[in-house]
Design a protein around this ligand. Structure first.
Ligand SMILES: [Zn+2]
Length: 194
């Protein structure tokens, strides 16, 4: 059901989510892949707090970038082929609607969103029988990793121990890394990310 390429793209979306988390935002990330299966047209991470923008969800940020790249509000190639959107969390109603406007051909998401998911979990905006655009939807790719990332974020925010601390955040991993003879640049990067 999922190809190696799908997993590779979802890993990039997860990296975007991690970057959002480092900035104190709810960790959600998105990637838009062109129909050629190679070109990344847009990357997005949740940035609602940083931008004071209620619409700055990862999918919207990525779609804005892709629209500028293609100079088209429909994210279609000149021959009418649509893109694939990868996102770490089930899109909400706003994002699902924007995905339909953008004529995204295929949507791949990781974790279901029991609070706001609009691909069938709470609402059914994607592929609603009364709407005319149909997209292929594939759910569940790397979903455990993505839901753990979200639950840990909320646990930490409430001052509780994470269920599965990200090893990069622990002092141990930094010490081990420096004893391994990792370069100064690597260490600096890890400290910054931590
Ligand atoms: Zn959204």
């Amino acid at each position: 059901m999922f190809s190696d390429l799908d997993e590779q793209m979802m890993r990039l979306a997860i990296a975007e989510a991690r970057a959002a988390e480092s900035a104190g935002e709810v960790p959600v990330g998105a990637i838009i892949l062109a129909p050629d299966g190679e070109t990344i047209l847009g990357r997005g991470q949740n940035r609602v707090l940083r931008d004071s923008d209620p619409t700055a969800h990862a999918e919207i940020v990525a779609m804005r970038e892709a629209g500028r790249t293609l100079s088209n509000y429909r994210l279609l190639t000149p021959v009418g082929k649509g893109c694939t959107l990868y996102v770490t969390l089930e899109p909400c109603a706003m994002c699902a609607s924007a995905i339909l406007h953008a004529r995204i051909e295929r949507l791949v998401y990781a974790a279901d969103d029991p609070k706001a998911g609009a691909c069938g979990t709470v609402l059914e905006v994607m592929n609603h029988p009364r709407l005319n655009h149909r997209a292929e939807i594939r759910a569940g790719l790397l979903s455990e990793e993505c839901s753990r990332m979200l639950s840990n974020f909320f646990l930490v925010r409430r001052g509780k121990q994470p269920l599965d601390p990200h090893p990069i955040d622990t002092e141990d991993s930094l010490l081990t890394r420096s004893n391994d003879g990792g370069s100064d640049d690597d260490e600096e990067k890890m400290v910054r990310e931590g």
